[in-house]
Design a protein around this ligand. Sequence first.
Ligand SMILES: NC(=O)C1=CN([C@@H]2O[C@H](COP(=O)(O)OP(=O)(O)OC[C@H]3O[C@@H](n4cnc5c(N)ncnc54)[C@H](O)[C@@H]3O)[C@@H](O)[C@H]2O)[C@@H](O)CC1
Ligand SMILES: [K+]
Length: 566
Amino acid sequence: MEPLLTFSEITKLERRTQEDWGITGDALMESAGQALFHAIANDYPTMRSLVIFSGSGNNGADGLVLGRYAHNAGWAVRVVLLKEKGTELFQRNLTICKRMGITLEPLQSASAILEYCKAQGAGVLAIDALAGIGLKGEPRGVLRDGIQTLQRYCSIILSLDIPSGVGSPTWSGETETPSGTATGEEQDSWPTIRATRTYVLGCLKEETFHPQNRSAHGRITVLPIGFPRQEIQNLAQAHQISRDDGPAMTTGLRRDDFKNRRGRVGVAAGSVRYPGAGVLACRGSLAGGAGLVYSLTSSPHGRDPRLSEQIIPVPLDAHVSEAAIRTVLGELGLDALVIGPGRPPNTNLQAVGNQELMVAACELGIPLVIDAGGIQSLIEDIPLLDEICCRIPRRAPIILTPHLGEFRRLVQALETWTLREDIHFPGGSDSQKTPENLGQLHRQLLGTPRLLPDKARLIAQGLNLHLVVKSHITWICGPQPGKDFVFDGVTPELGFGGSGDILAGIIGAFLSRGALREPGHAAASGVIAHGTAGRWLVDQGRGYIDAEDLLEAVKITAHGLSAHEG
Ligand SMILES: NC(=O)C1=CN([C@@H]2O[C@H](COP(=O)(O)OP(=O)(O)OC[C@H]3O[C@@H](n4cnc5c(N)ncnc54)[C@H](O)[C@@H]3O)[C@@H](O)[C@H]2O)[C@@H](O)CC1
Ligand SMILES: [K+]
């Protein structure tokens, strides 16, 4: 698990490292430059030529130190400078580079240098040391020119610390189709280097994993440069998770486990319009290791031959009362309930609405995974969200699994929500007419300009729930500060209709086995099992994968995470 720090936390880390631990800025920079040279020499063993685009801040200074090490090793090094005046560390290293006889050129001659290098036939590695975490807003002036020149002329670009131009992301990172689903398209609002690789110095940055920023980085390598590990851990609010972290976060199978203890998952999913979503969510739960799966639906998928032998149908085809729903759910003894894949948000379109199911499950203390149509029900009814999250005393964990478009709509709904006199909370007393937690969350969201993960954190903490915000980067934010996760292993091949339904089912399975211990871990394990299954299939050369492929692979990856106990 790798800790992530925001730009501002890294600035704090640098200050504490120098002031409290006595490690100087020069020492950090020296180890950064040295680590950079060894990493690059290792990754490109046949290259012997660097063109370093250096800004005048400490990111530029990193480039100069790297240049010194490469020069000492006999490489051809040329430095393109934006300015000759900069930070103290920049200035000191520039003086050393001059003494060493390293070629320094102004930006105006950069194209000529690059033409020269290409003509040599040896190829050239271009180093992006124009700006790092000190960038403030949109790149302007000479920095803008530097970014554009470097991007135009160089094919292999290695960014130091972060691709220059990556800064504080705004709301515009993803767009939506008319039907309301996120396309994942990126919007380049200002010039930013799109690197072949990024050598991250010291520790990973949260900003790297904002969905709209990740692809600018190319392949990522983290280089330790001497920051004290304790300080990084103290500051980190989130960690990057990978396959290796799964077993520690998963409730393993016990030798004496049997179907009732492997987890009993209810799946309220699918509809006449989307019967397949219900099938896939049920099968996702089975592939994720659930011992028993109940399909709560009136849709025709109950008759699907692939389900008939393994999934227990619980028909909800009459207009049953709320009390009857509670009885049904209570008798099943569910360890988790998945609500939403393929279910319309509108109660009128189905026999039993999402609202009644959610309230009943919460009152019975059944852990919930809410996806798709279930999320839309909450977006359209913010007081319902407040009720299930904050007003039902017995409630168990709630995990919401929106994709980026749904997440954006949820944020908008919470931001535009206003306290109204006529808000009615079912069964509520007068005092419950003042949802102060919603009011506070509403104000906090409006005061936080950035999107992910800041807003996800506010919502998760303000409403005491877990959010799994799905995209090519998946963020998992929970109610407890410091325990957020990011998963960076989602391949585009996983982006097909039904993939999210399967994921909801898998998370339901993990939740059913260890829900009350750590719901964030159940969500993370589900995301890892789903993501590594997709990656594994692609690595096997399976090309465009479908739901059948994915379900087969999830059986293996989910099982691999559930290490046997004894
Ligand atoms: N000594 C230290 O504490 C360490 C610093 N490190 C490096 O230092 C970097 C941060 O350095 P700095 O804080 O000096 O800043 P940067 O070097 O990241 O960038 C700041 C430079 O960009 C300019 N700039 C900022 N916003 C601009 C805009 N909108 N348009 C045009 N120009 C703009 C500034 O005038 C300055 O020249 C890190 O990313 C990392 O590469 C690392 O070597 C780790 C150790
Ligand atoms: K950079």
